[in-house]
Write a protein that binds this ligand. Structure first.
Ligand code: E4P
Length: 217
């Protein structure tokens, strides 16, 4: 499973990239706004830090304007994936951008029918927001399972990008189901490696090694 960071913060990206395990980045207008920077400059810096797909979202809500915006975003760097929202205009824009060879991440997906339409429009990936579904007492992971089955049934090449991840268990479940990509906040990425028994075990190994050194002098 590809691991992406869901952030527009270059310090977080730099830190996570140092593990050598980050496959790409997703941003959205809320995350970008938090950084208070020029969008293009920020995207260029992110592209210089991560050699992988970088999602950048359009903010227009009409297909023609989305297509224009998408073309401009795609020109910024070859690794930019244009994000379009899952509304009728977004699907029209996706179809057009995909026909021009521009990769589209269809975002804000909350149902299997929406995901089916995204695949038919030629999306490079679809982003079901599982945490936001869990927040309203729906089962986000059930949606991932349904989308994967639908895509497999018809051999759609659209990848399932598990988004709105809140905790490591979401990552585990995404991987068990065979999600293609999982994007997560930096805090969740950091949690993936942590286990108290690893820390306790390492402390003991190192203490025993020190003790051995003193006893074999
Ligand atoms: C995905 O691309 C979105 O940016 C993101 O996962 C949304 O997550 P949130 O529900 O935590 O805002």
């Amino acid at each position: 499973m590809k691991l992406y960071l869901d952030t527009g913060n270059v310090d977080e990206i730099r830190e996570a990239v140092s593990y050598g395990l980050v496959d790409g980045i997703t941003t959205n207008p809320s995350l970008v706004s938090k950084e208070g920077r020029d969008f293009k400059d920020l995207l260029l810096e992110i592209c210089s830090l991560v050699d992988g797909p970088i999602s950048a979202e359009v903010v227009s809500v009409e297909a023609e304007a989305m297509v224009q915006e998408g073309r401009e975003l795609a020109k910024i760097h070859q690794n930019i994936i244009v994000k379009c929202p899952l509304i009728p205009e977004g699907l029209k824009a996706t179809k057009q951008l995909a026909s021009e060879g521009i990769r589209v991440n269809v975002t804000l997906c909350f149902s299997p029918t929406q995901a089916l339409l995204a695949a038919k429009a030629g999306a490079w990936c679809v982003s079901p927001f599982i945490g936001r579904l869990d927040d309203v007492s729906s089962d986000g992971m059930e949606l991932i399972d349904q989308i994967l089955t639908i895509y497999e049934n018809y051999d759609y090449p659209t990848q399932v990008l598990v988004a709105s991840v809140r905790h490591p268990q979401h990552v585990v479940e995404a991987a068990l189901l065979g999600g293609h990509i999982c994007t997560m906040p930096y805090s969740v990425f950091q949690q993936l490696v942590k286990h108290p028994l690893t820390d306790i075990g390492l402390k003991k190994f190192l203490a025993d090694w020190e003790a051995r050194k003193s006893s074999t002098k």
